[in-house]
Ligand binder design. Structure first.
Ligand code: ARG
Ligand code: ASP
Length: 698
């Protein structure tokens, strides 16, 4: 039976594969997609999207902070991104007397806007294919020399690219180092908070609704980019003025309909479309299940604890959100990979590729070589996951890690990194988690990766539970008070049992895992380089029409699709838009995550929607078939005229396999309708004055 399926899969494969689309396209090459974009309803030209000679939409898109995207929406530097992207900045400005997380924040004038040291907004000046320059002089060289020459070339290119400017440049490979691009950015360092809705809007639905549809989260926040008087980047100063961007987005107030063209312009961080089947097998059958199980253990304990004490809810809110976000993503990813049969499709493809490759010296061994490397890396990759998700998930271990060299070089104050840590730390939760995750590590990781002394300590203590009890009884890292007492008594911290546990695992990992991981990963990378090149040749020869876009690497990309519903499972159809009525239906004053502001209730009962009213209500979120990934949060969603129709913030959880395989019939991004953003800004938060700086288009 299996054989027959395989044969059928082989015959059908090119067709099946080519029917899948999606893609995160390189803006400087967008010309190749314009015809297809037009056929789907866009009227944009390549120059509208990316141009280095005159302003284009690329000048209105920024890298916001470390991992999000933002979009410029006014001539005065106003920028829109997600609430979850600005969350940590908002938290830093919050205290018990002014809790901006809970109540929201709105600067009534520009003097009230809140500066955020360390926060940057990066604008792309240009990108350029520099493959030839980077490979120059490498012909005929051995591997070590090639690497050295490439590094020298990269340094030279970076230097040349920014000479005489205050720009910043970086070189990044695409297609597994078959090609290289240089990216040149202008980096603004004075970025201030302008407005944020209360969490009961910005985080509405909490973890329950995260990654879900139907969705009603008002995940938006305004910032403003500031510059020196010359409109150039300048460090924070009271005298800085709003940055005048080369381009900003006009806002479409007409709204959207099912089937409308949508485009997302932003910075997706990482996808693995060309991953070898064994790599997918590792994720689906080993890594994800292990990581999910370990995080379930942690979440269960945190959730139990937070129900009993509101202080714990606050202390663990951010940690819980972080643990839960990836936990849910991995579950959806696994469901999606099963549903799409990604592994079988990849295996069938690799089999037929391998047949084709037999006459070709360059490609004939690549499949079997990849298979070998994956066999070799398997155990080490598993230990990596358990080490990160079990051992390093014990907060007591985290504390030792944060203390760093302090333990062996103790000063008379508690390390600064730890004071913040203890503010949100409850050892009674940690101890319960530690017992579970350590036991899980012991039961699943091959013996050789359990440090000998840890094994001995556990059996001396009479098992994991007793060992952990004594660890928490004897380690001074359980609280700031204990650390202080220890400092006063001249305690030798390097002998602390938590420090010893941490060092034992860290040394084991460094000595027995890391080297192998690095070697095999490097081997896989260089084989993938050959394999991706081969796939392009093979697909061209077989005329599969498969779209070869480079994997996301946190550089600017264009994705396009349309507003569309989908069937998440048999018998169910998701309509692509939600409305305020759904928020009112979910409203529950008893449940922190679903307790909307009274003002929103009042506006709803008075139907005081003003100019944002649409069919008697307010549209909130919408689904579209754009290929997005982590990092695309805060990305502008544009219509076919390049006007802003929404703000991207999520995907549905069962479409997160799109990082490995995108299927347009079931993969959906979730955007926030711009009209809901403007409605909340004006009618609920009383900040309609901000809308005056925007350009609204009917
Ligand atoms: N799921 C979205 C993303 O991956 C939103 C995350 C917001 N964080 C959260 N824990 N709810 O970033
Ligand atoms: N929520 C993600 C982000 O923060 C976006 C996604 O994974 O779809 O970038």
């Amino acid at each position: 039976m299996k054989k027959i399926t395989l044969i059928i899969a082989c015959i059908l494969f090119p067709y099946i594969y080519s029917s899948a689309q999606g893609g995160m396209w390189v803006p400087s090459m967008i010309g190749e997609r314009i015809k297809d974009m037009k056929s789907k309803g866009s009227s944009l030209s390549a120059d509208d999207i990316y141009n280095t000679k005159k302003p284009s939409y690329k000048d209105a898109v920024v890298i916001f902070g470390g991992g999000c995207t933002g979009g410029m929406i006014s001539p005065d530097g106003l920028m829109l991104t997600n609430h979850h992207c600005g969350f940590s900045q908002l938290q830093k400005h919050s205290s018990v007397t002014h809790d901006y997380l809970k109540d929201g924040f709105w600067a009534k004038n520009r003097d009230e806007e809140l500066p955020n040291p360390g926060l940057e907004a990066k604008f792309l000046i240009r990108m350029e294919d520099v493959t030839d320059k980077i490979l120059a002089g490498t012909n005929g060289q051995n591997a070590t020399d090639t690497e050295r020459i490439k590094q020298d070339n990269i340094e030279k290119i970076i230097k040349e690219s920014v000479e005489g400017t205050d720009y910043m440049a970086e070189v990044k490979p695409i297609y597994y180092s078959n090609q290289y691009y240089v990216y040149i950015y202008e980096v603004f360092k004075d970025v201030r908070i302008v407005g944020a809705p209360p969490s009961s809007i910005g985080k509405f639905g909490g973890e329950t609704d995260n990654w879900m549809w139907p969705r009603h989260t008002g995940d938006f926040m305004y910032f403003r980019v500031y510059a020196g008087k010359d409109n150039k980047p300048a460090p924070y100063s009271k005298d800085n003025v709003p940055y005048r961007p080369k381009k900003y987005f006009n806002i479409a107030t007409k709204g959207i309909n099912e089937g409308d063209f949508t485009m997302i312009y932003g910075y997706p961080a990482r996808t693995q479309q060309y991953l070898f089947s064994e790599g997918v097998d590792d994720i689906l059958n080993y890594s994800n299940p292990a990581k999910i199980k370990l995080r379930t253990m942690r979440l269960e304990e945190i959730q139990k604890a937070r129900k009993s004490d509101p202080a714990i809810r606050i202390a663990y809110a951010y940690k819980e959100a972080n643990i839960a976000n990836a936990w849910k993503k991995w579950q959806g990813e696994s469901l999606g990979l099963h549903r799409l049969n990604t592994i079988d499709k990849k295996r069938a493809y690799e089999m037929s590729f391998n047949e084709w490759a037999q006459g070709k010296a360059e490609y004939k061994d690549v499949i079997s070589d990849l298979k070998n490397q994956y066999d070799l890396i398997h155990d080490y990759a598993l230990v990596r996951d358990y080490y990160n998700e079990a051992i390093r998930a014990i907060e007591l271990i985290k504390a030792v890690e944060l203390a760093g060299k302090w333990s062996s070089n103790t000063t008379d104050t508690v390390p600064a990194a730890l004071t913040g840590f203890y503010k949100d730390y409850y050892p009674e939760i940690d101890i319960r988690i530690a017992k579970k995750v350590l036991a899980e590590y012991m039961n699943n990781v091959p013996k050789e990766f359990i440090p000998v002394e840890v094994n001995k300590n556990i059996s001396d203590a009479g098992g994991v539970n007793k060992y952990i009890d004594s660890l928490f009884e004897n380690s001074l890292f359980v609280s700031e008070e204990n650390l202080k007492a220890g400092i006063n008594k001249g305690y030798n911290f390097i002998e602390d049992p938590a420090v010893k546990l941490y060092s034992a695992f860290r040394d084991m990992y460094r000595n027995k895992v890391l080297n192998y991981l690095e070697t095999y990963n490097a081997n896989i990378e260089s084989l993938q380089k050959v394999f991706v090149r081969g796939q392009q040749e093979y697909d061209a020869e077989k005329k599969t029409n498969r779209a070869f876009f480079p994997d996301a690497n946190h550089t600017l990309r264009v994705a396009y699709g349309s507003v569309s519903g989908y069937s998440p499972e048999d018998g169910v159809w998701y309509v692509p838009v939600t409305t305020l009525e759904g928020i009112i239906a979910k409203d529950n004053p008893e449940d922190y995550d679903f307790n909307i502001p009274q003002k929103l209730r009042d506006v709803h009962s008075a139907a005081d929607y003003g100019r944002w009213e649409t069919n008697g209500t307010i549209p909130v979120c919408f689904l579209a078939s754009n290929h997005t990934s982590g990092g695309n949060s805060g990305s502008p969603v544009l219509n076919g005229k390049g006007e802003l129709i929404g703000l991207n913030f999520d995907r549905t959880w069962t479409s997160t396999m799109s990082d490995i395989e995108f299927d347009p019939s079931i993969c959906r991004n979730i955007g926030l309708d711009i009209r809901y953003i403007l409605f909340v800004t004006e009618k609920v938060c009383g900040a309609g004055y901000l809308i005056n700086e925007m350009t609204l288009k009917k």
